[in-house]
Design a protein around this ligand. Structure first.
Ligand code: C2E
Ligand code: CA
Ligand code: CA
Length: 416
């Protein structure tokens, strides 16, 4: 059974009451005042106004206060601006809803909106300045009645670290695999391992609910090692069935703070007698910016051991052009926020095309995530991307299902 087809199990409608905690962030005192009054008039009482993003983050991080459920955020502020604030919300895995207010031109606001969705934030809407009461009322109405839009498999609320520790010891984590297909020829080049927690009572739990917890509580290394060992065992199984595939695992940058990390991966690879050149490490950014010196040290040693290094979610985080130049990456994965529907959106299309052009000039292999339909496939293929991954090709599947899926695909010789 494809575990990714299981329902999330959380389809309760949320009843947003007037006691919701709301945060307003804008450097213009007048706008804060006007918005607070308008919200009061709509029956909302618990409103915190902040004139800068640093204060807003302090309020968000204060565990003694009730959690903020809705934020109205200005984009153009002195100090930390709206883009940095949106990123900070993403890093915290903040679960509330966001409204962008801005006097900026539409395109800038649209780009920030895309950034917010790339960070898996629930973007409720945008409001131009000056704020119009009717628009505010409409947004609030939508917020009260709608269900939060979850990311892929996202479920509200993080798990308890103690539970996670227990599950690691009990071996409750399994991998599912999503194929990466070559745009030229349609061959399956490899798969990405995505972890799932098979909870004895709650059922399947998706990574959005526990990766952040694992990172914050020092459990991510143990989890990565478990995923890696599983992935190598599964890939060796496929190899015995005549299916030679590269296998990618997700490695949180947190793990790269540990100088022993390359050795621990090497031990797993030796144990499985796996060809290191077939192992891809997809580096995902974590909540803290990496220490550049330690990062360069571990990444260079991983590269010397012949693993392939891939930079994941390109376009959403701290990955800078300088890092691409200095760190020996082999592959660049473009975040699905810049891929899906890029053909219908000039700004998204421009970022996608520029990222692909730059990656190719640097000699990097390119992978586009989030190929959800034939239009995505054709557009990204035309731009010369090497590999595609997404629901249009295949949903993540359990290891035992992969050989039959590949065989069926090869038989049909399907061109997309
Ligand atoms: P990611 O590395 O960007 O993985 C791709 C995510 O996008 C997966 O979600 C996958 O199921 C989903 N996806 C694939 N194709 C499509 C598509 O066409 N459209 C859409 N909308 N989504 C698609 P998943 O499995 O829930 O994983 C979420 C994130 O959790 C991953 O994002 C990765 O950052 C993290 N993660 C997963 N497994 C591990 C792991 O073993 N270790 C670490 N550190 N992180 C992991
Ligand atoms: Ca990944
Ligand atoms: Ca990604």
């Amino acid at each position: 059974m494809n575990t990714d087809c299981l329902p999330d199990g959380d389809d309760r409608k949320q009843d947003r009451k007037n006691d919701a905690e709301i945060l307003l962030l804008d450097d213009e005192p007048l706008l804060l005042r006007v918005l607070a009054l308008a919200l009061n008039a709509c029956g909302y009482r618990s409103i915190t106004s902040c004139a800068n993003a640093a204060d807003a983050l302090l309020r968000l991080d204060d565990a003694a206060l009730p959690p903020i459920e809705l934020i109205f955020c200005d984009l153009n502020m002195p100090g930390m601006d709206g883009v940095q604030f949106v990123r900070a919300l993403g890093e915290r895995g903040w679960q509330g809803s966001l409204v962008l207010i801005s006097g900026e031109e539409r395109r800038t606001v649209d780009t920030v909106a895309r950034l917010a969705s790339a960070h898996r934030l629930d973007l409720l809407g945008q409001m131009p300045k000056p704020v119009v009461r009717a628009q505010l009322v409409e947004l609030l109405e939508r917020w009260r009645t709608r269900q939060p839009a979850p990311g892929p498999g996202a479920q509200a609320g993080e798990v308890e670290p103690g539970e996670l520790r227990r599950a690691l010891a009990a071996g409750e984590f399994v991998n599912v695999y999503q194929p990466k297909m070559a745009f030229a020829g349609g061959g399956i080049e490899g798969v990405e391992a995505l972890v799932r927690w098979q909870h004895p009572v709650a059922g399947i739990i998706y990574p959005d609910r526990f990766i952040g917890v694992a990172e914050r509580h020092g459990l991510i290394d143990a989890l990565t090692q478990a995923v890696c060992a599983r992935a190598l065992a599964d890939a060796s199984d496929w190899q015995r069935q005549g299916l030679g595939l590269s296998v990618a695992i997700n490695v949180s940058m947190d793990s790269l703070r540990d100088l022993d990390f390359p050795e621990r991966i090497a031990a797993e690879v030796r144990r499985a007698a796996f060809n290191p050149a077939q192992l891809v490490l997809e580096l995902t950014e974590s909540r803290l910016p990496p220490n550049p010196v330690v990062l360069l040290d571990t990444l260079t040693r991983l590269r010397l051991k012949r693993y392939r290094l891939s930079i994941d979610d390109f376009g959403t985080g701290y990955s800078t052009l300088a890092q691409l130049r200095d760190i020996p990456f082999d592959e660049l994965k473009i975040d699905r926020g810049f891929v899906h529907r890029a053909h219908a959106d000039p700004a998204r299309g421009a970022i996608l095309a520029a990222s692909l052009g730059m990656a190719h000039q640097l000699g990097l292999r390119t992978v586009a995530e989030g190929i959800e339909d034939a239009a995505d496939w054709q557009h990204v293929q035309r731009l010369g991307c090497d590999l595609g991954q997404g629901y249009h090709i295949a949903r993540p599947m359990p290891p035992a299902a992969l050989p039959a899926w590949v065989a069926a695909r090869n038989l049909s010789g399907q061109a997309r």
